[in-house]
Design a protein. Structure first.
Lengths: 409, 409
């Protein structure tokens, strides 16, 4: 993509009507636009990042047998009444339709996925199975001042698994945990993300959150440095020790919840009467698990933990482009390199604008692509371009003929 | 994908609580699930079709310079008040937030895209530009009985273009028209889709709809067979002649509106004060166009026009899989073919279930993939498999070693 064509622009200063750091930088860099408190538009660069995060999640959830579907956001009241959550779910946006029926905007989808899978799954032979979507969700937050960390509208990957018994649920729950850590690894969050023990329900002592240590986090977690796990605030008030080793010297940190997994047991299958026939022909309730992860919140988290005064610093898997190609008034030569990079399938944004070096280099830092390639009269005189990683201060001169090899060799 | 793994199943009969033909067949084939009137879940096979339609649209809109963004569904009342549509837009879902503010669920996005682009575009040098999204929209329909043709929640590609003057808008409007016809061609709808003259606004005599002739359509169009264009019902009541050639012998047909394009002029830029600086430094209002197309409605339209008693008949570009591979109790040999097809990047669904030939062939017809490949003891005895196109009654025997070449040669 040529920057001269991109309709968005970077801002010189942080926007005044935004207090959250992640949204400030993303707005300054032209990645998102604010529509209201907790409501944002993803601009072209921001949408590319969001789509990359979704792609990583999709690949890892597909790899553990998740079957992708897409459920509606508009969900009739009747479904929520069956589980008793119409009245009790605080953050539910409720609205009335022209058909005089009541609807909720989906804040979670147990009420929809359970009867949907119920219409297709009847026998133990059909189980286990796992179904997910990546979809827009809505929560009627009283306050929403944390940018992409807590939106009134946000994206969510929600996976639901269905089993004949506790044992197969437990096994899948372990598999999902591993997939979650693979995702955090690919997104550059692994080292600071902790499996965190949280309250369970009727069906298991604990559920688990995945918490990324970050000062902007709204949660406090208590880390056991021996076991590399944590407990959340709610649990620490009941038992002030690591649930694995009993260690009481836990380290408190602010953290962002970037995922949660929960053994639902029969909490939803029972009210919907979702039973299966076992091998002897006996009806038994289906055992369920659910696994949430928010791509837009993860995008905000990456910004919070990976930026500097110059702007964004994207990990390679999520960067809007791998290479930020800057022409310092050498568009003729740089056009050729741009073509060559595109032919080599290297994702590149090309700053072909009629601007000075200072403004262009500031833009490149702000946008945060992993590799900056500068083409100037000086580098061309040496038959070279200048490559700088966003994470480094060092500059390398690379011969024009070696440029593609730099990434593909 | 193996059918034994897919959690959905086909139904023997049409669902009782659904009256629309497209939704009946899609539900029977396990492509969608009904949540409420005009509200559906896309199941794995249906989501693949929907994604394919979106991919085709995205490719063609990217090709005419559309820059993809993603706007929110939750839109604050203030934006709609600026244009006077808060009170006047009939089908708007309105709701109140916990912050005591009023919101609308986006039924269209002129009110959001205009101020967003305004924050980034200031000069004639930034224009023309075009911005689009593929996103979930909501309309508070009183009745919703047409399946995917008229959902309360549905998908929409909405493109908006921004120009310095009428001339550049007119030129882009022509380019968009051509892109729309390319899309209909790829989706198998070209021959029965007519550019249809509809009422314009303050800024042009006509707008245009794209209408696909179909008995299930809610609209009536009047076709000029000389010019291969049509006029809609509203226009025919004012002027009962072809706007191009004056022909009064127009042929009335039921049709489905599968797209519409509209010259907005300054209808939205003026209330938002969206001006640009021209070459002389004078402020002038930006001239806009908008271009809508609904992927979910197009999916319903394809079903309405392309099915038979046996079930769905997908055009190749949108089919959930290219090949429906059926093993008639020959899974060992068929597993090898399945691997070979996957390695050749041919999208294949493999019926490896423990069922009889009758049930499997009925499933294949119902799901409607373009090519059915049957592997039986009889075909294997001849070192062959049997290939049948979904659109044909004829069966071909193809040697095992020639199978991949059948599509790739």
């Amino acid at each position: 993509m040529r920057l001269s064509q991109l309709f968005t622009r970077t801002l010189k200063e942080n926007p005044k009507d935004e207090t959250s750091l992640n949204a400030q930088i993303l707005m300054r860099a032209g990645f998102i636009d604010k529509i209201g408190a907790g409501i944002y538009t993803f601009l072209p660069l921001g949408l590319r990042v969001h789509n990359n995060i979704c792609r990583v999640i999709r690949e890892e959830i597909d790899a553990i047998g998740g079957q992708e579907i897409l459920m509606p956001a508009l969900t009739p009241k009747e479904y929520w009444q069956i589980t008793g959550r119409w009245e009790n779910f605080d953050a539910l946006f409720r609205l009335k339709g022209g058909d005089n029926r009541d609807y909720a905007l989906g804040a979670t989808h147990e009420e929809i996925v359970t009867p949907t899978v119920q219409r297709h799954v009847f026998s133990y032979k059909d189980l286990s199975t796992a179904v997910y979507q990546i979809q827009t969700k809505f929560r009627n937050e009283l306050r929403s001042k944390a940018g992409l960390l807590r939106g009134r509208e946000f994206s969510m990957k929600d996976l639901y698994s269905f089993h004949t018994d506790q044992k197969t649920l437990d096994a899948y729950y372990e598999i999902a945990q591993k997939a979650y850590f693979k995702i955090y690894e690919r997104l550059g969050l692994l080292d600071i993300t902790f499996l965190t023990y949280a309250s369970g329900g009727a069906f298991s002592k604990y559920s688990h959150e995945f918490q990324t240590v970050c000062d902007a986090g709204e949660d406090t977690i208590h880390i056991c440095d021996k076991c590399k796990v944590a407990v959340n605030q709610e649990i620490i008030e009941e038992q002030s020790a690591c649930p694995l080793c009993g260690n009481v010297e836990l380290r408190a940190e602010k953290a962002i919840e970037v995922g949660n997994i929960f053994k639902l047991g029969t909490r939803f299958s029972e009210p919907f009467g979702f039973n299966y026939l076992d091998e002897s022909g006996t009806e038994k309730p289906v055992i369920m698990g659910c696994y949430g992860m928010g791509p837009s919140r993860i995008m905000g988290t990456i910004v919070e933990i990976s930026h500097d005064d110059g702007g964004l610093i994207w990990p390679e898997e999520v960067a809007p482009f791998k290479v930020h190609l800057v022409s310092l008034r050498q568009n003729e030569a740089t056009d050729l390199l741009y073509d060559r990079l595109q032919k080599a399938k290297i994702e590149v944004i090309y700053d072909d604008r009629d601007l000075g070096a200072g403004e262009k280099l500031v833009s490149a830092d702000l946008m945060g692509c992993p590799y900056r390639v500068v083409v100037s009269a000086k580098t061309l005189a040496e038959g070279s371009v200048e490559i700088k990683k966003r994470t480094s201060q060092e500059v390398e001169l690379v011969k024009l003929g070696e440029l593609i090899n730099y990434w593909t060799k």
